[in-house]
Design a binder for this molecule. Structure first.
Ligand code: PLP
Length: 481
């Protein structure tokens, strides 16, 4: 929740008490340099013992509530027909309004099943924007992703409240060009992870549904951050300011044929699900569930996580749950913006995104500015963030690089994990780094996996810039920080 202080300043305030803590430590600069080198300048390959604040992702890293933990104690570990599943299905009915629920082990498993069941070679899947795993599954099934965002989506500094909207003109054109039989579904992602967590409006979704329904094309909704998208609708869309998050979620999903989500984000667990009201769609997906995930009543999740997910779904519909990350992200973004550090505005869900093209304008896309910035942020702070740029784009089928639309270093804000002083520390070190940005040079691949290369790829710094950055840091802060 945002609270106004007596001096007029607004701050995000934690609407919870911390009862269990986990120690963290700040490895000094020399250790950080050794660690990032050992990790091939890829923050995914750092060990968490070398990380001070882990802002790699908000996925599976959120603090669970006491009620979630308590629910885990009463889980029913049956292979088939477990009661935990029926409690989850009740929560899905209540929170999302869907009759049929399929648990899966995490969001990408849902994407795999959807691609397996519905995408044929030669198909195209229109969407507001891709997510890495979404694209990989659609392409592995022989399909092509078509991103139909409005042009402003790529302007990182903006006041457009709904940069996640799909362009309806582009959508109509694509349907006319490819024909309905080549379009298994239209996908909307809430909030658009790779565009800086930007939401779409309910009005946009309503119109997407109109177009889709006119051609009998199902609307698939990736609701991994549905609570945040609903929170932004409440804050930013006329007519929704007095509605509850629960009401907005139900209205959103009234325009959706198939819903899926990673439960690792706003539901604060580790798992995922697919849900629908249409028996035919459910029947098309169900046979694949035990092949790739597990039986229909656990789908690869532990029964404990299934129980906690049922609780988490209800908790994310509370205003304090839906705003837990978003309000911190807003504060984080506005503090950096005030210090002149180029960030994606307006603030979105999940993370504070730094525009690496503006931060490191001397680096071309193929020297991976977002990857270099992520490594430099770790060196300057011990904070681990994630590259979301050209490294996160795999090569095309002919082996050519695909420069990313955006080059972002993403500092995720796991829900209820970090405090204001953690954010202030990170803002300070990023501001220092910005002043010393000329020291940061690019990266080159040393070993490059063929798919989702950002996970395991190893890189090296061009011109040994890490040594110069570490020296400058040490000159300013000494060897112990
Ligand atoms: C929008 C979106 N869809 C799908 C996924 C994949 O989910 P998971 O990481 O649970 O496989 C993610 C994960 O970050 C995501 O942000």
């Amino acid at each position: 929740m945002l609270i106004r202080l007596s001096n007029g300043k607004e701050i995000p305030i934690e609407m919870h008490k911390v009862r269990i803590v986990q120690k963290t430590s700040l490895p000094p600069i020399a250790q950080r340099r050794r660690a990032i080198e050992a990790a091939g300048f890829n923050t995914f390959l750092l060990r968490s013992r070398d990380v001070f604040l882990d802002m790699l992702t908000d996925s599976g890293t959120n603090a669970m509530s006491d009620n979630q933990l308590a629910s885990m104690m009463v889980s029913d570990d049956a292979y088939a027909g477990g009661e935990s599943f029926y409690r989850l299905a009740d929560a899905v009915r209540e929170v999302f309004g869907f009759e049929y629920t399929m648990p899966v082990h995490q969001g990408r498993a849902a994407e795999h099943l959807l691609a397996k069941a519905f995408v044929k070679p030669g198909d195209v899947v229109p969407m507001n924007y891709h997510f890495t795993t979404t694209r990989a599954h659609i392409e592995l099934a022989g399909g092509t992703v078509l991103e139909l965002f409005e042009d402003e989506a790529l302007q990182t500094a903006s006041s457009n409240p709904f940069k996640g909207n799909i362009s309806l003109t582009k959508l109509r054109d694509v349907i006319a060009r490819y024909g309905v039989e080549k379009i298994p579904y239209i996908r909307m992602e809430a909030t658009t992870n790779l565009l800086g967590g930007q939401p779409f409006s309910l009005d946009n979704l309503r119109q997407v549904k109109d177009v889709a329904a006119g051609h009998n094309i199902p609307v698939v909704y990736d609701g991994s951050l549905i609570a945040e998208n609903a929170y932004f609708v409440r804050q930013r869309e006329a007519g929704y300011g007095s509605k509850s998050i629960a009401e907005i979620i139900l209205e959103i999903l009234s325009y959706v044929d198939i819903f899926y989500m990673s439960g690792r984000k706003c539901a604060n667990v580790r798992g995922g699900l697919i849900a629908t009201n249409q028996r035919a769609l459910y029947d098309a997906l169900l046979p694949w569930l035990p092949v790739y995930e597990g039986f229909a009543t656990y789908g690869g999740m532990s029964s404990k996580e299934i129980e906690a997910m049922a609780v988490g779904l209800r908790e994310m519909t509370e205003l304090d749950g839906a705003s837990a990350a978003a309000d911190f992200v807003k504060y984080f973004v506005e503090r950096l913006d005030a210090n002149g550090v180029p960030v994606v505005t307006p603030a979105g869900g999940l993370a504070c995104h730094v525009d690496a093209r503006k931060f490191l304008p001397h680096l071309p896309s193929l020297e991976y500015p977002a990857g270099a910035l992520a490594a430099a942020i770790y060196l300057a702070s011990g904070v681990r963030c994630m590259e979301r740029g050209t490294i996160s784009m795999d090569r095309d089928r002919d082996g050519h690089e695909i420069p990313s639309d955006l080059e972002l270093a993403r500092l995720a804000v796991p829900r209820r994990v970090y405090t204001m002083s953690h954010i202030e520390y990170t803002v300070d070190r990023l501001t220092w780094l910005y002043k010393n940005r000329h020291l940061v040079q690019g990266l080159k691949f040393v070993s490059e996996p063929p798919v989702l290369r950002f996970f395991f790829g190893r890189l090296a710094p061009l011109e040994g810039w890490d040594a110069r950055l570490a020296e400058a840091f040490q000159a300013e802060f000494g060897p112990d920080l």
